[in-house]
Design a protein around this ligand. Structure first.
Ligand code: NAP
Length: 208
């Protein structure tokens, strides 16, 4: 058993999550930001990879909501690269950092979950989050983590906002990076909805 997993991200019209320097871009329209806020508020936990923590230093909170209503923040971080100064470990909301079994790092005010050899075992992590009462999990990136989740069949819904920018760059991050799938192994989605949100479009896909 695991939580229902909704992946949410924003990409440029040419399919990038950020610039070639992996610098954060403002891709979402104000209307999309409102939707993301509501999706966060309706989630029990919000997950990102450590690459996103290092690149963007996100707070992953629902702005304006009291601490006891904040979703749990979860960082997937095998080797303990999350800085003590990262905003995701501040006291605005509870935080779990998932590491490998080998990692010994600790952080103040953080629940550490040791999950798997080498790299974080995502099935194990999701099962343990379910055991803590997490039923709706929102994943906010980045491309390495999202690819791994698709690879392991752990995505139920994929929502991507497409904004009116072109970032370019053959190594700029995309919604699903990783090693990529072989032609026979590409993942099939079902378009569930499309919606204009200000200057861009939100696409919602369900995963079979
Ligand atoms: N536009 C958007 O919506 C959006 C959203 C989020 C991020 N971004 C952008 O995306 C970029 C960061 O994405 P990223 O792909 O570099 O990093 P990421 O997906 O956030 O994090 C990847 C890291 O997570 C760790 N990890 C641990 N277990 C893993 C597993 N089982 N599978 C995959 N990763 C695992 C790995 O580091 P260890 O091996 O050290 O554990 C891996 O390098 C930044 O440029 C950011 O601006 C954009």
């Amino acid at each position: 058993v695991r939580p229902k997993v909704t992946v949410n991200c924003a990409m440029t019209a040419d399919g990038k999550l950020a610039t070639i320097e992996r610098k954060q871009l403002r891709i979402s329209s104000p209307e999309d930001l409102d939707r993301v806020k509501a999706l966060r508020a309706s989630s029990d936990a919000i997950m990102v990879g450590v690459g996103t923590v290092l690149a963007d230093d996100p707070r992953l909170i629902v702005k304006g909501a009291p601490r006891q209503e904040q979703p749990l923040r979860v960082v997937v971080d095998s080797r303990g690269r999350t800085p003590w100064t990262a905003r995701v470990v501040n006291d605005e909301a509870p935080t779990v950092i998932a590491t490998s079994n080998e990692c010994q790092d600790v952080w103040p005010n953080v629940d550490v979950m040791r999950c798997g050899q080498g790299r974080v075992d995502l099935e194990d992590l999701l099962g343990r989050l379910h055991g803590m009462g997490v039923r709706r999990l929102m994943v906010e990136g980045g491309g390495e983590l999202i690819f791994s989740l698709f690879q392991r069949g752990l995505v139920d819904r994929y929502m991507v906002f497409v904004g009116p920018l072109v970032a370019g760059g053959r190594t700029a991050p995309t919604p699903a990076d990783g090693e990529g799938f072989a032609p026979d192994d590409v993942r099939m989605l079902k378009l569930a909805d499309s919606e204009v949100l200000g200057n861009g479009v939100l696409l919602t896909f369900d995963v079979d």
